[in-house]
Design a protein around this ligand. Structure first.
Ligand SMILES: [Fe+2]
Ligand SMILES: [Fe+2]
Length: 138
């Protein structure tokens, strides 16, 4: 909790609870990705701090996908890592690794290759969490 205290106490970040994402709130989704990435990285002696923080921030964008037409949705699918990074940099101090994790979390969508093991882990855990959340919703 100490690692992510600044993020979890930020009013702008907490607005994610008002946005739907895979049938749950975006806050619940990023919390799941953060916790799972933290646990995996801690167990494998990797940078669990970067994984937990970037896991929380990877979808920090305040756009309501539900209200968008299909074309804009597709555009957001490609551009939201950049939006999330811009928002994150506005409110928090990030390491270069954390920035890169956020930017590459949609790989291969967006074509930004994850450059660290932690970036690969967040990217893969995000995919697994997204599939799980979509299936669970049905
Ligand atoms: Fe995302
Ligand atoms: Fe995500």
């Amino acid at each position: 909790m100490k690692i992510t205290k600044d993020i979890l106490s930020n009013k702008e970040f907490l607005k994610l609870k008002d946005f739907k994402h895979h049938g749950i709130t975006r806050l619940d989704h990023v919390s799941r990705v953060s916790k799972l990435s933290y646990k995996y990285c801690k167990k494998h002696k990797l940078d669990y701090k970067a994984a937990a923080r970037a896991g929380l921030l990877h979808d920090f964008f305040l756009v309501n996908n539900q209200k968008l037409n299909i074309f804009t949705r597709i555009k957001v699918l490609f551009t939201h890592p950049k939006l999330a990074l811009a928002n994150s940099k506005k409110y928090f101090d990030l390491s270069k690794k954390e920035e890169q994790i956020i930017l590459s979390h949609m790989f291969p969508v967006g074509l930004r290759l994850p450059l660290s093991r932690e970036a690969w882990i967040v990217c893969i855990i995000d995919d697994i969490a997204s599939i799980y959340e979509r299936i669970k919703r049905r």
